[in-house]
Design a protein around this ligand. Structure first.
Ligand code: NAD
Ligand code: GLY
Length: 368
C-alpha cells in the first residue's frame, strides 16, 4: 500500500493506492461514513462489474450502499446528469458533513465532484477511481466539471476530495483501449519534468500494459506523487506550475473537438497524439532536437497509442484545428499559451506562439 499526501493548504488529503481497497471500502473510509446509508455515484459498466463487491464491503462494515447508476460515457458529464444527481443526493438527505462516493473513471469523478461542490454549498466526497486515467490524474487535484454545448469542462469548480482510494485490482477489468488511454497521462509526467521516469516508461510500459502488477503499482504511485507535488504548488492553476499538466492538451483538445468528443478518439488518446505534436512543433521551433521528438513519438506508438495525424480520417486542414484551439480555457486576452518541450522532462509554457504557424505546421502533419 502506498499513501501519498496531497498537501493543499486548508484541504489536505491522502491518496491510498493498493490492491483490494474496494473489498475493504468500509474500513478504508472509516469514520468518514457517519450514517448507515452511503450514497455512491457510479456508471453502468462499473456498477455491473464492481457494484456487488462494493455493496458487500460496505455491508461488512455495517453500511448499506445506495447507488446512483448513470450511463457510461462522456455524455454523462451534462447539466441533466448534474441536476438529476444533485436531486438524488438531496432526496438521500445528504448533509454537508457526509461523504459522497464517486466510484468510476474521470467522467464519474468530475460529475460527482462538481455535484458535491455545489450541494448545500459544498459537501465532502471520496474519489474511488477505477480507470488508470482517473487513478493517475483526474481523481487527484480537485478539478471538477461538466461539459456544455459550448465545449468540454467549461462549467465546474475546484473542490478537493476528502480521500482518494485507488484500487489497482480495478485495472484488471478495464478494457485494454481504456488502459492505454490512461497510460498516456503516465507518460506525460515523465515528459513534464522527470526524464528518468520517461526512461522508466520506455523500459516498463509494455509490462504495465500487459498486466504486471509491480509496474502498475509503481507507475500509479509515481504519477500520483508528481500530481500531488504540482497541485500543492499551484492548486488553482494561477502561477504556471499546474498549467504544465496540460502538456498535449491544446493539440489534443482540437483533435477531440474535430472528432466530436466521440469514441473515435478517447481523451487519453488525444493527449498522447497531442504530446507527439507538441514535441514535433517544439522541434520545428528549434527548441528541442528532432531525435527527442522522435523518441516521444516512438514511445507513444509502442504503447499502441496514436502517434500521427494520418489515419485519423480528420478531413480538415490546420486552420480548422487551430479554430478549435481558440475555445481553449487557457485563452488569455487573445493569446493562447502552449506547453512545449525544451527536452525530455523539460516542459515549458510558451506565450508567443503564432497560430498561423501552428496551422501551417498542422497542414504539414496532416499531409505527411
Ligand atoms: P470514463 O470515466 O468514461 O471511463 C472510461 C470507460 O471505462 C467507461 O466506459 C467506464 O464505464 C469504463 N470503466 C471504468 N472503470 C472500469 C473498470 N474498472 N472496469 C471496466 N470498465 C471500467 O473515462 P476516463 O478516461 O476515466 O476519464 C475521462 C474523463 O476524465 C474526461 O471527461 C476528462 O475530461 C476527465 N479528466 C479530468 C481530469 C481532472 O483533473 N478532473 C483530468 C483528466 C481527465
Ligand atoms: N489534469 C489537469 C489538471 O489536473 O490540472
Amino acid at each position: 500500500m502506498a499513501v501519498i499526501a496531497v498537501d493543499i493548504a486548508g484541504a489536505p488529503y491522502d491518496v491510498r493506492i493498493g490492491r483490494g481497497l474496494l473489498d475493504d471500502l468500509g474500513a478504508e473510509c472509516g469514520a468518514r461514513l457517519r450514517k448507515r446509508r452511503v450514497p455512491i455515484v457510479t456508471d453502468a459498466n462499473v456498477h455491473a462489474i464492481w457494484g456487488d463487491r462494493v455493496a458487500a464491503a460496505l455491508s461488512r462494515a455495517g453500511h448499506e450502499a445506495v447507488f446512483r447508476v448513470l450511463p457510461a460515457g462522456e455524455q454523462t458529464k451534462s447539466w441533466q446528469s448534474l441536476a438529476e444527481t444533485a436531486d438524488w443526493l438531496l432526496d438521500e438527505e445528504v448533509e454537508r458533513g457526509d461523504h459522497i462516493i464517486a466510484l468510476g473513471g474521470g467522467v464519474i469523478g468530475d460529475l460527482t465532484g462538481f455535484a458535491a461542490a455545489i450541494l448545500k454549498r459544498g459537501c465532502n466526497f471520496i474519489q474511488v477511481p477505477t480507470t488508470l486515467l482517473a487513478q493517475v490524474d483526474s481523481s487527484v487535484g480537485g478539478k471538477t466539471a461538466i461539459n456544455t454545448a459550448a465545449g468540454k469542462n467549461l462549467v465546474g469548480a475546484f473542490h478537493q476530495p476528502a480521500l482518494v482510494l485507488a484500487d489497482l485490482a480495478a485495472l484488471d477489468t478495464l478494457p485494454q483501449r481504456e488502459l492505454r488511454a490512461g497510460y498516456a497521462e503516465v507518460i506525460k509526467y515523465g515528459l513534464i519534468d522527470d526524464a528518468p521516469f520517461f526512461g522508466w516508461c520506455e523500459a516498463n510500459g509494455a509490462a504495465l500494459l500487459a498486466g504486471d502488477g509491480d509496474a502498475r503499482a509503481y507507475a500509479v504511485a509515481h504519477s500520483v506523487a508528481a500530481k500531488a507535488r504540482i497541485v500543492a504548488a499551484d492548486e488553482k492553476e494561477l502561477n504556471g506550475t499546474r498549467a504544465l499538466l496540460n502538456l498535449g492538451h491544446t493539440f489534443g483538445h482540437a483533435l477531440e473537438a474535430q472528432t466530436g468528443f466521440s469514441d473515435r478518439l478517447l481523451h487519453g488518446e488525444a493527449v498522447a497524439l497531442g504530446m507527439v505534436l507538441a514535441a514535433r512543433y517544439s522541434a520545428r521551433r528549434g527548441m528541442v532536437d528532432a531525435a527527442a521528438a522522435r523518441r516521444v513519438g516512438a514511445h507513444v506508438a509502442a504503447a499502441g497509442l496514436p502517434a500521427a495525424l494520418q489515419g485519423l480520417g480528420l478531413n480538415c486542414n490546420g486552420a480548422a484545428l487551430v479554430a478549435h484551439m481558440l475555445h481553449d480555457k487557457k485563452m488569455d486576452a487573445g493569446t493562447l499559451p502552449f506547453l512545449l518541450l525544451a527536452g525530455i522532462g523539460r516542459t515549458v509554457l510558451v506565450k508567443d506562439v503564432d497560430l498561423a504557424d501552428v496551422a501551417a505546421f498542422l497542414d504539414g502533419e496532416l499531409s505527411a
